[in-house]
Design a binder for this molecule. Sequence first.
Ligand code: PEP
Ligand code: MG
Length: 592
Amino acid sequence: MKGIAVSKGVAIGKAYLLDSTKFCIIKHQLDEVEAEKEVERFREAIEKTKLQMTEIKKRAEKIADKYAVILDTYSLLLDDDILVNDTIENIKKHKTNAEWALTQTLNTFLKLFDNINDDYLKGKKDDLDLLVQTILKNLIGHSQESLSDIQEPVIIVTHSLSPSDTIMMPKNFVKGMVTEAGGKTSHVGIFAAALGMPAITGVKGLTSKINSGDQIIVDGIDGEVIINPTSENLQHYAKKQENYRKYEERLLTNIHQPAETLDGHQIKLLANIESNQEVSSLHKFGVEGVGLYRTEFLYLTASSLPGERDLYENFKSVVQEMGSRPVVIRTLDIGMDKQFGDGLSIDEDNPALGLRGIRLSLANPQLLTDQAKGILRASLYGNVKILYPMISSVTEIIQANIILEEAKNELRKDQIPFNEDIEVGAMIETPAAAICIDHILKEVDFVSIGTNDLIQYLLAVDRINENVAHLYQPFHPSVLRTLKNIMQSAENAGKKVSICGELGGDPMATMLLLGLGKLDDLSMEPHSVPKVKKIIRTIRLEEARQLADEVLEMSSPDEITSFITSEMRVRFPEDFDRDLSFEEKLNPAKRE
Ligand code: PEP
Ligand code: MG
């Protein structure tokens, strides 16, 4: 199955289906006494299911007899000794929970059905599956198992994953992720990339084709999911997995070198992080600071709203770990696809255009005061900058700065020290901010371009909607002109500019971005730093400018995309040439 590759690498393993209609069953080991009780619990669930079926049948009879007859199948299956007895035997023999034992029985049955050549009987397979789901519902109640219960290596397969799901999952057990929904910059991808875990989004029909326990391969390099692979598939992808690992490993040799073009132009490569736990591993990738700390994930993991002190402690840990290197802390950017429950998030018809980012903070000034104070206090320990998200006018910056000043005053009053000269920046991610960039620049010390949202709003293409993912085109001329304009305005104003959206970490875009104008920093998920650095260290700025000039003459996004793709493939076959087998890419000599 094909999807959008959002985090590179190859994962091979057992699927863990997180589906709203199907339950994810986790195995629990029981002792003798518990197993006996479990049998009783299972019998009760069967009785309950029978009653429900009789009730449904009565209702069905009122509509049409033939529907009622169909429902007889369920009752027959429930009376069937094999389904019930085999499950009870499974509970006793393996001393496991009823849910697990029942699923094992179901799987054995389903395999038998697979070998039957009769279409009518094959149709019964779905009945059986449905019936088991009903029993499971009665066993489990309505609450599904949580991702945090995963206790073995799995690949998550699901329609969509909320940010809270991703936070809850045990990272050491999750080897990869595939979702039906989601576009190129959905948070599943951002999160997976941060963990260096292969991920694919936008795989249509995925959850109806995969069951928990199926072996699958997630090829996050070419965006492919292989279900129940053959041994040849397994061999091929194991090799691809290993080759990719080696390729990434080799890239790491540049971590101590500067990101400098052949003609001596330097740029800082910074990391986007979602949690303070990521910071200790940043040195592995040679990052020169944190260019975007997405603080909203901190709110997600807390049981209640984090206060000034919690925020301060958290920020301080990041800042201290980074030493003198810059740490850009973004104030809360909740909203749209980052909806985090209680109290903060609101139900909106059109959340992408709703109360998100700075708008939410300004509507709840105490929220911004706590964030500002947390950041200010942490600023004492290093090189901290504050960044406002989703700015669409100077008014918002002015209002946020008033709250920031009040926060400073409160700290002064309490004699709590902080960096008086802390730099303040604005995310440029709305067309309004991009168009009025000259006004914005007057109010801030720096700007950071959030291409994920900027592209979404410029092109009117939902960044997480797989149906329009093909229209989400970072190489659209309107995007490139906008980026050039922002960089030019920042240079004119003598202010620093960085890119912190996914485009900034896409090595395919690196040369073009450098050629568009003066860029101070690129901030990206840390694993991309060595890849982007490799490109920078191999090109001359002059060539990049020529490339950008040529591209800016082009009118169609497709033309630009294919031009850039083929240019990059020719220049960097090892990194971009998809037509060659991965092994050949790694060993160019072999090709001759
Ligand atoms: C962006 O919009 O490009 C960005 C970096 O912010 P986020 O992805 O968190 O919306
Ligand atoms: Mg954004």
